[in-house]
Design a binder for this molecule. Sequence first.
Ligand code: G6P
Length: 369
Amino acid sequence: EQIEKNGYDHFMLKEIYEQPEAIKDTYRGRLRINDGIIKMAGVEDNLEKFLNAKRIIIVACGTSWHAGLVAEYIFEELVRVPVEVEYASEFRYRNPIVGPGDVVIAISQSGETADTLAAIKLSKEKGAFVFGVCNVVGSTISRETHAGAYTHAGPEIGVASTKAFTTQITVLTLIALKLAKSTGKITNSEFHNYLAEMEVIPNKVEETLKSDEHVAAIADIYKDAGNCLYLGRGYNFPVALEGALKLKEISYIHAEGYPAAEMKHGPIALIDEQMPVIVIATKKGHYEKVVSNVQEIKSRKGKIIAVVTKGDKDVSALADHVIEVPETDELLTPLLTTIPLQLLSYHIAVMRGCNVDQPRNLAKSVTVE
Ligand code: G6P
């Protein structure tokens, strides 16, 4: 096992650090900048179905569901098609309205999650076209779907999903870009810019990982917190949900993710000097609004840990701790902002003496309903 961990203390940390390579493996062979194309056979073979879709329904569980939420924002922005993201378990038990003309995208790292599988079977029975985004090659879901695209993240052992999440977002972004190009929803030059930015994302993830020690120092300050709030807007709202899930899963600290603007409708009542609030406040992304959210937290004495774009001034002036990520296209920021949140959960869990790779009561793959 020590050999498999490749010198890292835990699989989770190894997998966090594998993300630059994993993302590269995900787009390798697909992102063809010189030819100005994205090559994805599963999408190309079914292009008409995607292009004629009245809507796209994404079904998934857990972290994969969060990747689905990021994809919802990306698809709607780039492809201008309505997207619904459903918990597979809710979808399957409520006689869903789905049928011919609908494209269902099922996201699953393991490809074995029982609820997701059941949602796929139901969608197929009702006549929808079902596309899988799986990591495990040859898994049940990859076989049960009509077509699909693998994430190629390599084996993920840690129960808390990390590289599966960022590679799922990568695959889904590639699909969205490909469809947007096919329908002329984005110009060739926009398409080319996205491709070029996607290509350098692994370097930017690498750079983001350099915040590790700094994040560990922050973890040391907040490791005994009883609660934590995570806030983000737009593309980074699902990142807030994912950050909170990671903390809950491995450190057993109660955490909630919220859209930053919803704070005033409830969570703000919880804020006092005991409450760490992790705010994702990258440039663009309604930045000014986030600044005012941060001011509200500050005036209630909450402790602010802000994830900001390199060189940020406004939020940094208000926050107790600042973690910088490199600048990128707004749509790609989740691939960077997720990294420090993974590291924060990891370090807090280690400091609390938790079993990081095998948290209590959780399974890597949930094959029961
Ligand atoms: C379990 C795992 C999570 C995962 C979820 C969905 O709860 O602990 O990490 O996100 O299942 O799994 P899947 O394999 O379908 O992505």
